[in-house]
Design a protein around this ligand. Structure first.
Ligand code: SF4
Ligand code: SF4
Ligand code: FES
Length: 389
């Protein structure tokens, strides 16, 4: 094999990078944290550094890679216990700080060797999602193609960005407790098809995802959103699946009942009526079994009396907000605002477009349609191709 040559960019300096890597051999069960030091160009990524180590120091080091540019999803691994894409992670700042990061294989998947995991459980769940459009949709008129509104595409835009790297699965708390949990990647993939108006199996899909090990087993820890290198935000996809399920009347799970009661309680009183939360979520019979516990809480002043219900002074604001969502037809996934933020992230321009997470982006607005030079009311659709938008 020829030596890896990583030339520094003109004007850039080289860096001394030190790493500790968890080496593992599944056949012998040997495990060892080994330290490596290597000189690398200032722009080097973690993947570049691993290439240099493998080429110059230790050819037995195992890791996966292919595209080297955040497309193929092969190079997921952990740095200091958090999943990263090695080809995205720059090393200069870390090396200059003197920190020596610990590199290890992704979590929640069996390790085969060093930084290589067995992706079989990941792909099994991916395939179980039937990640293709199901027949049943209306065929377009001959010679025409399906046209889907921008608003509908916004709902599944982020989910379409997934590169199947597994970083979200690596960090998922629910999967750690229950390996059968469908998990963030599979559910984000599921939402990509549930939200596609051309798919003919929306209800069947939602029924599946509402079963045991499905959407309501997510603990909402948001680690998947935090670690996804492509901005898919799988937790948001799971929230959309929950909203779509309730919209379609698939609400048998306690999680769905819980969510519904939050909305009802906020709408009617402006508060969360906690005392009624248990019977509304678990049902009367189950609540009676919890009576001893409830009385104990009541004795310590932890259970507010249900009657008369505590109504917020400004309850009308909560009701007006609820009515607005209804009037705008923002039930189901359309009511999950993060989808619009995701669009802002990829559509912003140096010419002055809004950035992701801008506080200015609110439901009902059209963040992608504002660019420096646009006339008021001009839209993406109005813009002439090649005009710089
Ligand atoms: S938010 Fe849910 S799916 Fe995402 S990592 Fe946490 S438990 Fe897993
Ligand atoms: S959702 Fe993000 S982290 Fe998870 S597999 Fe897809 S790209 Fe990777
Ligand atoms: S090598 Fe392809 S995503 Fe990193």
């Amino acid at each position: 094999m020829s030596e890896v040559k990583l030339e520094a960019m003109p004007g850039s300096t080289s860096i001394e990078v030190a790493l500790k890597i968890w080496r593992f051999n599944r056949e012998t069960g040997e495990r060892e944290l080994r330290r490596y030091e290597v000189e690398a160009p200032g722009e080097a990524t973690l993947l570049d550094v691993l290439d240099l180590i493998k080429d110059r120091i230790d050819g037995t080091l195992a890791f996966r890679k292919s595209c080297r540019m955040m497309i193929c999803g092969s190079c997921g691994m952990r740095m200091d216990g958090a999943a990263v894409l090695a080809c995205k992670q720059r090393m200069a700042e870390i090396a200059e700080s003197g920190h020596v990061p610990v590199i290890s294989a992704m979590g929640n998947l069996p390790v085969i060797k060093d930084l290589v995991v067995d992706m079989t459980p990941f792909w099994d769940k991916f395939k179980a999602m039937k990640p293709y459009l199901q027949p049943g949709y209306e065929e377009p008129v001959e010679g025409k193609e399906h046209r889907i509104s921008q608003e509908r595409m916004n709902v599944i835009h982020k989910e379409s960005l997934c590169i199947n790297c597994g970083c979200c699965v690596s960090e998922c708390n629910s999967m750690e407790a229950d390996p059968d949990f469908l998990g963030p990647q599979a559910l984000a993939k599921g939402m990509r098809f549930v939200g596609d108006p051309r798919d003919g199996a929306k209800i069947e899909r939602l029924e599946d995802y509402n079963s045991e090990h499905g959407i309501w087993d997510c603990t909402r820890c948001y680690f998947c959103n935090e670690r996804c290198p492509k901005g898919v935000d799988p937790r948001d996809a799971i929230a959309k699946l929950g909203a779509e399920s309730i919209e379609e009347g698939i609400d048998r799970d306690m999680g769905a009942k819980h969510a519904k009661w939050f909305v009802k309680s906020a709408e009617t009183t402006g508060w969360l009526r906690e005392t009624e939360l248990v019977p509304k979520t678990q049902g009367i019979v189950s609540s009676i079994k919890e009576m001893k516990f409830a009385l104990g809480l009541a004795r310590h002043g932890k259970v507010p009396p249900p009657f008369p219900p505590h109504v917020a002074e400004d309850v009308n604001e909560a009701r007006a907000l609820h009515n607005l969502v209804r009037e705008q037809g923002r039930g189901g996934a359309l009511g999950i605002v993060q989808g619009e933020r995701g669009l802002a992230r990829i559509e912003h321009t140096e010419a002055g477009g809004l950035r992701r997470d801008s506080a200015e982006i609110t439901p009902g607005e059209e963040p992608i349609r504002r660019y420096a030079g646009d006339a008021p009311g001009q839209t993406t659709d109005d813009r002439t191709p090649g005009s710089g938008a």
